[in-house]
Design a protein around this ligand. Structure first.
Ligand code: HEM
Length: 161
């Protein structure tokens, strides 16, 4: 069904706190998208890196991995945590007093931060030429953030509990 024009108000007349909340949420989502770009692409690079045999390719993959991890994923993860934490601080009671979806989301975020650091350890292992895992391992490893993303988006949007 088409929404009525009058049911989609603009936000220009909202109070300062509500505007801050919307801006923080916008930047939170932008940071999440940037973080996930890296969480999806870095393990893909591991797949190709594990398949490569010549030194030139290996060194190029290591450079790409390091730049993606340090230049994009690290800052995006920190921005996600800052904007998310700031959002909670605006009204902590609203998120923790009813339902358990935010607790579940934060548990998954902790797992995601663990995954992020496992990626960082792997970047270093590849750079030292000490990778022992096959490209098949990284193909499966690559699916972990997909599952976490599905679960978190369903938790924050549907709020099933
Ligand atoms: C410590 C990390 C995080 C904290 C503290 C946090 C906190 C929050 C808060 C308080 C909101 C506003 C909820 C509302 O009022 O509707 C929010 C929205 C959102 N968060 Fe996070 N978040 C974090 C990480 C993440 C991650 C990793 C993802 C993605 C996988 C994510 C995806 C979203 C989405 C999609 C929304 C918009 C929900 C909506 O408007 O319906 N967040 N977050």
């Amino acid at each position: 069904m088409e929404p009525q024009a009058s049911t989609i108000p603009t936000t220009v007349n909202l109070g300062i706190t509500k505007m801050l909340y919307l801006w923080l949420k916008a930047f939170h989502i932008i940071s999440v998208v940037c973080w996930f770009a890296g969480l999806f692409y870095l393990p893909r690079l591991f797949v190709y890196h594990a398949q490569s045999e010549d030194t030139v390719s290996k060194e190029r993959f290591s450079l790409m991995e390091r730049k993606l991890y340090r230049g994009i994923m690290g800052p995006a993860m920190i921005a996600t945590l800052i904007f998310g934490g700031w959002l909670i601080s605006l009204n902590p009671g609203a998120y923790f007093s009813q339902g358990g979806w935010m607790h579940a989301k934060l548990t998954l975020v902790v797992l995601l931060i663990g995954y992020h650091h496992m990626c960082g350890a792997q970047v270093k292992r590849f750079a030292r030429g000490e990778n022992t895992r096959s490209h098949v391992f990284y193909r499966w490893f690559n699916e972990v953030p997909v599952l976490i993303l599905l679960a978190i988006v369903i938790l924050v949007v549907v709020r099933p509990f």
